[in-house]
Design a protein around this ligand. Structure first.
Ligand code: ZN
Length: 204
């Protein structure tokens, strides 16, 4: 395994730990796909978590605009799925701190823990395990900015965008693995449905 693993090494690591499945999956909003990532399953294992975090941190350190601000950088996750990645990256970079957003209920906005205050001009790197729609990271960016912070970039392990995925432009966007999965909008247009491949409903 290379320090920054190749695409094949990453795919092998994710597959062998349950973080990437192939078959026939139906997403909550009705999309169908032959691939499904659940990076949290890979992050269960500290060796795998270390490999991914160190690789992502090396990728980040290679960019001079990030390298210059590491000592003052806050690593912020939009949900608990991003936490192991956020802590791994923060440790490997020796960044300043880690925190995360959460929400009470699905219909409520993201917020930080009580008494957590973003400093004016605080440099923040948004970190998560995967980008699919980008919705949550976009909401987190807004929360950080409204709280007075300055978002320096977005970093994720897997970039597997839905057809409707939001772009983070003009923010720098760093990812270890890019997948361009085919998403079918519904059962009628799905090749896998047509071939009667058994389907599994996924939660997120
Ligand atoms: Zn289907």
């Amino acid at each position: 395994m290379h320090l920054v693993p190749t695409k094949d090494e990453l795919l092998d690591l994710l597959r062998s730990t349950g973080g990437l499945r192939t078959g026939h999956f139906v997403y909550p909003k009705g999309l169908h796909s032959a691939n499904y990532f659940q990076v949290a399953l890979t992050m269960r294992h500290f060796e795998a978590a270390k490999i991914l975090s160190v690789a992502l941190s090396r990728l980040l350190r290679a960019h001079s605009d990030i390298r210059a601000i590491i000592p003052e950088l806050s690593i912020v996750a939009p949900a608990n799925g991003g936490l192991p990645v956020a802590y791994g990256v923060a440790e490997a970079l020796r960044a300043r701190q880690v925190y995360w957003a959460e929400r009470e209920n699905d219909d409520e906005p993201l917020r930080f823990r009580q008494f957590l205050e973003v400093e004016p001009g605080e440099k923040v790197l948004l970190v998560d395990d995967i980008v699919r729609s980008g919705r949550r990271l976009t909401e987190l960016k807004k929360l950080v900015e409204e709280s007075g912070g300055e978002v320096a970039g977005v970093a994720v392990v897997v970039y597997d965008p839905l057809p409707t995925a939001k772009s983070f432009d003009p923010l720098p966007f760093y990812h270890l693995l890019e997948m361009r999965s085919t998403y079918y909008p519904d059962a009628a247009s799905c090749e896998l449905c047509r071939k009667d491949v058994p389907a599994t409903k996924v939660w997120v």
